[in-house]
Design a protein around this ligand. Structure first.
Ligand SMILES: [Zn+2]
Length: 448
């Protein structure tokens, strides 16, 4: 059977956060890793093997993104308080489904071989998943979907179409989602960017959350929950959710206040935290740069200060949670831009984690949190050969993960110029949709 041999200057297997191995080779057969060895031990006669050499590259397990929204990826249209609604009003489910394909491939090219979609409208991601299962696309990434995120009436992402109130409706919602194909259950535990909701207030009672968790467990599904409000974090931990998203400690007066005793509860519960630390980072970066170069418009100063406060408190929280021993994973919350994975890991290093710890969070811990660690997350014999090669040494400078040289999906090299096919355009129709038929068709219709 044909072998693939990947040789690299360095290999970070993610089995531990400390250090990488030098001059290594990974052997792949039938999409699985069959050997990991010093390159020189492999000898020079590799028979009919396909050989890849990366003399300044570091070979890592493919990255895991625990939090994306594949139906969006609408860049500039995601700004502003009513942004979701503009996109939801103007775009059909079919357009969103097409964007899922584009976004998944763009993310794959940034090294993300596994991604978890945390909320989409109607059947959009269920249908996307069905397309993947039907083998419509080659070398597609691993995608887990929640389908519609579960929210209370009028709660964050209510427009997905899965509102539930009270224990009975919550149980039924979980059963309905599982029936339709949910790989896991995503819950909105507080308000968020949906303009009619309040990030400072919890959405569900502990009783409702316990029912959701119980029903998910009975169906062998994991749960994750969006929690911005401090009280929503407490509620989710009490209900023993498997994973918390964001964890921003937003107080009833909308200020942000880290609580060490709640962090202790999170650590003791053993749940995963997906801090989505990069949300708002690109906007903050843009405004900071503009502020220094040409100065901000009066309206922009407030946004700049809000984003700055959010960045600073999120860095502090992430560092503190890590020091408490909370198990961290990496999620981009990609909504505007896909293929921009590196800011999260870079910020987690800034928050106080070592580069090795962040790389483990981005790979092995991500796979464990998604219940995929038998298949992916480390470079070990028997695992699927979902791999990424970056230029330089990410264990000494995490920014190396910006420079993805090659992605392997199940041992096959992904054509990196696929970005020519899956274009990083705005992802949206400019202006309102209007039905414009070509002249001859208009004439034919009029003549009928
Ligand atoms: Zn999200």
């Amino acid at each position: 059977m044909p072998r693939t041999v990947i040789r690299a200057r360095r290999l970070f297997d993610s089995c531990s956060p400390s250090g990488s191995h030098e001059h290594m080779a990974v052997v792949v057969e039938n999409g699985r890793i069959t050997d990991i060895t010093q390159a020189q031990d492999l000898g020079s006669d590799l028979g009919d093997a396909t050989v890849y050499d990366y003399e300044d590259g570091c070979l890592l397990p493919g990255f895991v993104d625990s939090h994306v929204h594949l139906m969006y990826g609408t860049a500039g249209r995601m700004g502003g308080p009513r942004s979701y609604h503009h996109v939801n009003d103007e775009d059909s489910d079919s357009l969103m489904l097409l964007r899922c394909v584009r976004n998944a491939y763009i993310h794959l090219l940034a090294g993300v071989t596994t991604m978890r979609d945390c909320g989409a409208r109607n059947r959009v991601t269920f249908d996307f998943k069905a397309g993947l299962k039907a083998d419509l696309f080659g070398l597609a990434p691993n995608v887990l979907v929640s389908g519609r995120s579960l929210t209370h009436t009028g709660g964050h992402f209510y427009f997905c179409g899965e509102e539930a109130d009270g224990p009975d409706e919550c149980r039924k919602a979980v059963r309905r989602l599982v029936k339709e194909g949910a790989d896991f259950i995503k819950v909105m535990g507080s308000g968020g960017g949906t303009y009619i909701t309040q990030p400072r207030l919890p959405g569900f009672t502990v009783e409702e959350l316990k029912v959701i968790q119980d029903e998910a467990r009975r169906n062998d599904k994991r749960t994750t929950i969006h929690v911005l409000a401090t009280q929503s974090i407490v509620n989710a931990v009490e209900a023993r959710f498997d994973c918390l998203e964001h964890v921003e400690f937003v107080e009833p007066d909308s200020s942000r206040q880290y609580h060490p005793e709640i962090a202790r509860m999170i650590a003791d519960s053993g749940c995963w935290v997906s801090p989505t630390i990069q949300t708002g980072f690109r906007g903050y970066e843009r405004l900071s740069h503009k502020r220094e170069s040409e100065g901000l418009m009066p309206g922009e100063e407030a946004s700049y200060l809000a984003l700055k406060a959010k960045q600073e408190t999120n860095l502090h929280t992430c560092g503190e949670l890590h020091r408490m021993g909370v198990r961290m994973i990496v999620g981009t919350d990609a909504i505007g831009d896909f293929g921009d994975y590196s800011p999260g890991p870079e910020l987690m290093v800034k928050a106080g984690m070592s580069a090795g710890e962040v790389l483990v969070a981005a790979t092995r811990h991500g796979a464990e949190a998604l219940d995929l660690s038998d298949e992916v997350g480390t470079i070990e014999r028997g695992k699927a050969a979902d791999l990424v090669v970056v230029e330089g040494n990410p264990t000494t400078d995490i920014r190396a993960i910006r420079n993805v040289k090659q992605v392997f999906r199940r041992g096959t090299a992904v054509p990196m110029d696929a970005s020519l096919l899956f274009y990083r355009g705005p992802g949206a129709i400019r202006g309102r949709r209007r039905l414009i038929l070509p002249q001859p068709i208009q004439k034919a219709l009029l003549d009928r």
